[in-house]
Design a protein around this ligand. Structure first.
Ligand SMILES: [Fe+2]
Length: 265
């Protein structure tokens, strides 16, 4: 697909955080972009999973399928999140069971048929949007453990200049050979384990020469309301604490030591 534009917005995992999504879409409209893409995991973690779908539809957001979307779409037994720790899997299952039960059949059908990746021509740049990695939907590409060599080989094999992913929940970017870039666009669904309650999306710009410009944009939303609604829906107290404090209380065992040391737990 050719995108005749100079700026696009990329949303990572939404995790049912419709309040942050509303604020992000308002901000994107104010700034002006030519297209908006979501890199998957529309549900999980937050309350009222059906509320994100009309917001995405109204703004013409083009989505790809994350591991969560594949699981919910096909009513699988679990979220395929890729956790290995029993405590992480216990909380992931609670979240998944709630999300599956509260996602309508129409929206499950939509998730089931989402494309797994999207390839774009953005200005002069050949771009691939994926969820975890081009090789596996639930691969965690962390900043501290992903080598330049690994990324260069991926980009060589795919014959692309820019690769965008999400899934880990923490944004980062890396400049590679020949002006190429890898970017993890972050997530709208929950904060980044840094003690801040904001969440993030990414703007990508093309100015005709050089590599693409990347801007990580913070999204400040009514996180207290989200936590209240999570409580009202019976979602785990540990999840509410993450929303209220900005520190992760679950999914910690998937973090490499360098990323984990930045958190409180
Ligand atoms: Fe994911």
């Amino acid at each position: 697909m050719n995108v005749p534009c100079n700026r696009i917005a990329l949303l990572g995992g939404i995790y049912s955080n419709y309040l942050a999504l509303e604020v992000a879409l308002r901000d994107i409209n104010y700034r002006g972009v030519d297209a908006i893409y979501c890199l998957g995991d529309l549900g999980a973690f937050g309350p009222f999973p059906d509320r994100v779908f009309p917001l995405l539809d109204e703004q013409g957001v083009q989505c790809i399928q994350g591991n969560y979307d594949h699981s919910v779409g096909h009513a699988l037994d679990d979220c395929q999140c890729g956790y290995t720790d029993p405590r992480d899997n216990y909380f992931a299952q609670k979240s998944y069971d709630y999300t599956l039960k509260n996602t309508s059949d129409t929206n499950r059908c939509y998730l089931q048929h989402l494309p797994k990746q999207r390839q774009l021509h953005f200005g002069r740049h050949r771009v691939l949007l994926c969820h975890g990695s081009p090789r596996r939907v639930n691969e965690f590409l962390w900043e501290s453990t992903t080598t330049d060599h690994y990324l260069d080989v991926l980009l060589d094999d795919l014959e692309i200049d820019c690769l965008f992913a999400t899934h880990t929940g923490i944004k980062w970017k890396r400049d590679l050979n020949a002006g190429r870039r890898f970017v993890n666009v972050g997530v709208l669904g929950r904060p980044e384990n840094d003690g801040q309650t904001c969440v993030w999306y990414t703007l990508v710009g093309d100015h005709g020469s050089g590599p693409v410009d990347i801007e990580f944009v913070p999204v400040h939303y009514d996180h207290r309301r989200l936590a209240r609604e999570m409580k009202g829906e019976g979602l785990p107290e540990a999840f509410q604490q993450t929303i209220l404090t900005g520190w992760w209380t679950t999914c910690l065992e998937s973090l490499p030591s360098k990323e984990r040391k930045k958190g409180r737990f």
